[in-house]
Design a protein around this ligand. Structure first.
Ligand SMILES: C=C1C[C@]23C[C@H]1CC[C@H]2[C@]1(C)CCC[C@@](C)(C(=O)O)[C@H]1[C@@H]3C(=O)O
Ligand SMILES: O=C(O)CCC(=O)C(=O)O
Ligand SMILES: [Fe+2]
Length: 342
């Protein structure tokens, strides 16, 4: 659009694309290449993409369609499943949210709990939709439930690969995330006619363990690498994997939590599906002894995942430095700016 900000002005990141199928099939050459790629990418910035992942393309497409239909509902209907302050789940209209003075985020989100445990109902997402919005949303809940389950299975293969790349037993992180308590999130960024970049989600690091993200065909995701924001072009048949603060803590800083942001397109709506893998709430986040030694002393305190989640929801709004502010807050060495995360 003449005069409007265009993505083409941005650097495009050259990202590692890992053949996950080859690794999962135990192909030695594919496995060593996958280990090489993730080790290099995660040690540097904490971002890579996975292809040959085995997730049904029709399930991905249908989930995008259901997400689009959900955000197209009347506002008062979406508010029936509205998110309460201090709670990570539900619908939120972020249009009024200011992160910093020059960021005016324009997005709406829908977040659902995906708890995989013998103690949790197997259809949590389905019942979440039907309880708040009625039986008409049974099939939408079923699609998103199925997608979240596919993401959890994919995440287990990814964390196995990450463990192997860190020199740990293949099942180390599979065990750690066995009863994961994750967040399935839909992000909608309506188009915004601006002459400069419009921010959907300001620069941040995800506090969770890892994020599996699927973009629709619209540019907007950027990662900050080598001093520049770099655009990650959508690839419909790949998933983006962003390591988060909790995985950085689990790896004792060997692997990085990727700094990223989401920009808004000036002429088409953007929609993304984000699966935020997290361990069970009371799981202690601590690195394995193999990753701590004289050259690699502990970088972060032990914490329960529920403590960091609650910190981001009730004490401090996630930004680029959450894990360090949280660590100081937890150990009592400083009190954070009380920037209520509403
Ligand atoms: C634990 C979480 C907090 C956020 C959702 C998940 C992982 C990413 C976090 C978030 C998206 C980072 C940017 C700020 C935030 C407030 C947002 O824009 O939605 C964050 C999420 C949240 O607090 O709901
Ligand atoms: O929508 C995107 O491209 C990124 C979303 C994101 O960073 C998040 O939800 O944490
Ligand atoms: Fe993020």
């Amino acid at each position: 659009m003449a005069g409007y900000w265009k993505h083409e002005d941005h650097e495009v990141a050259l990202s590692a694309v890992v053949d996950l199928g080859g690794f999962a099939a135990g192909d030695p050459a594919a496995a060593s290449e996958a280990v090489r790629l993730v080790r290099a990418a995660c040690s540097k910035h904490g971002f890579f993409q996975v292809a040959n992942h085995g997730v049904d393309p029709e399930l991905i497409a249908e989930t995008h369609r259901r997400a689009e239909a959900f955000f197209g509902l009347p506002q008062e209907q979406k508010e029936k499943i509205g998110r309460k302050p201090g709670n990570p789940y539900g619908y939120r209209d972020g249009f009024l949210e200011k992160v910093t003075s020059d960021d005016v985020p324009c997005k709406e989100t829908m977040s659902m709990r995906h708890w995989v445990s013998p103690h949790s109902p197997h259809d949590m997402i389905v019942s979440y939709f039907t309880y708040h919005l009625g039986e008409d949303f049974l099939s939408t809940g079923e699609v998103i439930q199925k997608y979240a389950e596919a993401m959890n299975a994919l995440a287990m293969t990814i964390v196995e690969l990450l463990g192997v790349s860190l020199g740990l037993p293949g099942d180390y992180f599979r065990e750690f995330f066995k009863q994961s308590d994750s967040i399935m999130r839909l992000n909608h960024y309506p188009s915004k006619k601006t002459t400069e970049k419009a921010v959907g989600i300001a620069a941040h690091c995800d506090p969770i363990s890892l994020t599996i993200l699927h973009q629709n065909s619209v540019d907007g995701l950027e990662i900050f690498v080598d001093g520049k924001w770099r655009l990650i072009r959508p690839k419909s048949q790949s998933f983006i994997v962003n390591l988060g603060d909790t995985f950085m803590a689990l790896s004792n800083g060997r692997y990085k939590s990727v700094l990223h942001r989401a920009l808004v397109s000036s002429n088409v709506p953007r929609l993304t599906l984000a699966y935020f893998l997290s361990p069970e709430m009371e799981k202690k986040v601590t690195p394995p002894p193999e990753l701590v030694d004289d050259e690699n002393p502990r970088l972060y305190p032990d914490y329960k995942w529920s403590q960091l989640l609650e910190f981001t929801q009730k004490v401090y709004k996630v930004d680029t430095d959450t894990i360090h502010v949280f660590s100081r807050w937890l150990t009592g060495s400083a009190t954070p700016k009380i920037d209520a995360a509403v």
